[in-house]
Ligand binder design. Structure first.
Ligand code: GDP
Length: 428
């Protein structure tokens, strides 16, 4: 069965590790949304790899990696990542495909991102300033430039026309400097020879592969609570990180997806602005941040940390149709005397068990906690569920019950083999 692996919280759940771990079961790994704002950190044999745009499956020889139409592509960032992988001994040649329909992130998108955040002032979203949001705005505004458009080399063709229009719009908005359309066009023309061999009709490729019995892993970036439709709007990313995004972002039918695996930390983190009901701001928050190394892989920003929010994960289970969870970073909780799990919210005088759609209301939600005993023995590197301390087993069981989804995988460290496969049947 094909499998979609996505974030069940606010991103940074450890999707990179889980995708890397499961990749040998598949032939193709396909990214369906987001851009190089993602930062998937994977440790293999003590070596660290950080992937932003290229699917984490690339670390395995022979796996074909696909960047779908739902992704926004900064070609310079793509090439830089390919070069970095080559320098680390990973050969991407012949096994990396980019959709002809993926939209490009161009220099004016980055500038407009920074400008928009500055204009929002106190109400900033906390974007990565990489131009992702403005590139999606252009896509929806029907003025975007797509990867396949770069094939047009004529001076008066649709590509030159679109670049001139977009650059003129940028120059009207960004007051003190001018961008030159012809320079940008020349840059794009220079990129094409390297990009062209990667460009493909991804929908056709996937359809053929699936028809031939090959298995595909669909890789999500960011997380469910950052989804443009289902996240805590407006503190969200600009694409559909949820399972539906895999269908639209790759050109496959929803039934092709097969099973959906939600990756969730055994606690909660969030980077950027927006409500986070279980946030811990004192010493406990610092303890989770330090032990969990909760600093953004893309920006280095400290992540906000808090207790596991089962209401949020239950919500993720519903909007994605989760079949199973991969619970990560259990080891980070080692040594804490007791743990809290948020099972409901108290909001405006009522107890609520579903996430409110209104972000202002969500910001007023106070967690209703259940307290569980912690464990003293280290769990790091444990590979069998039965070897976990009794309290850790009970904690996992409580997270499963409170979230309404069984755990297929429990991760006990950043390395590939620091993993418990709790129920392989749930992985399709
Ligand atoms: P992603 O974007 O969802 O892939 O997540 P990130 O890469 O931003 O953050 C996850 C971080 O946690 C990475 O540095 C991983 O190496 C690390 N990680 C993943 N699983 C575990 C785990 O079980 N234990 C610990 N201690 N670290 C983990």
């Amino acid at each position: 069965m094909n499998l979609c692996v996505l974030g069940a919280q606010w991103g940074d759940e450890g999707k990179g590790k889980i995708v890397d771990l499961l990749t040998p079961r598949f032939t193709i790994v396909a990214r369906y949304q987001g851009g190089h704002n993602a930062g998937h950190t994977v440790y293999v044999g003590g070596r660290k790899f950080v992937l932003h745009l290229i699917p984490s499956g690339i670390l395995h020889d022979g796996i074909v990696c696909v960047i779908g139409n739902g992704v926004v592509v900064d070609p310079h960032a793509l090439f830089a990542e390919m070069d970095e992988l080559h320098a680390l001994g990973i050969d991407t040649r012949g096994r990396l495909l980019v959709s002809d329909r993926a939209h490009l992130i161009l220099p004016y998108h980055r500038e407009l991102d920074i400008l928009a955040e500055a204009r929002r002032g106190e109400r900033k979203i906390g974007t990565t300033s990489r131009g992702i949001g403005p590139a999606y705005e252009d896509k929806i505004g029907r003025r975007g430039i797509r990867v396949g458009d770069l094939a047009d080399t004529s001076d008066e063709g649709p590509l030159a026309h679109a670049v001139r229009e977009n650059v003129a719009a940028r120059n009207r908005l960004v007051g003190n400097t001018d961008l030159h359309a012809d320079e940008l066009l020349a840059d794009l023309r220079g990129l094409w020879p390297r990009l062209q061999p990667l460009v493909a009709d991804v929908s056709v490729c996937l359809h053929r592969a699936v028809s031939a019995g090959q298995r595909v892993l669909f890789e999500g970036a960011q997380g469910t609570l950052l989804d443009i439709d289902h996240g805590t709007y407006p503190f969200v990313t600009s694409s559909n990180a949820t399972a539906g995004g895999a269908a639209t972002g790759l050109g496959i039918g929803p039934r092709t997806i097969g099973a959906v695996l939600g990756v969730a930390k055994a606690y909660t983190t969030r980077v950027g602005e927006g409500p986070l009901p279980t946030e811990l701001t004192g010493a406990l928050g610092d303890r989770l941040r330090e032990t969990g190394q909760e600093f953004g892989a893309s920006t280095g920003r400290p992540r906000r940390c808090g207790w596991y929010d089962a209401v949020a994960v239950r919500y993720a289970a519903r909007v994605n149709g989760l079949d199973a969870l991969a619970l990560t970073k259990l080891d980070v909780l080692d040594g804490l005397p007791e743990l809290q799990v948020c099972t409901a919210y108290r909001c405006r005088g009522a107890v609520v068990t579903e996430m409110p759609g209104d972000t202002a209301q969500f910001a007023e939600c106070e967690p209703v906690y259940e307290t569980l005993p912690g464990w003293r023995q280290p769990t790091r590197g444990i590979t069998a569920f039965g070897d976990l301390p009794r309290e850790a087993q009970a904690y996992i069981a409580r997270l499963e019950a409170a979230s309404g989804v069984p755990a297929a995988v429990v991760s006990t460290g950043s390395e590939r083999d620091h993993t418990i496969i709790k129920d392989a049947r749930l992985l399709g």
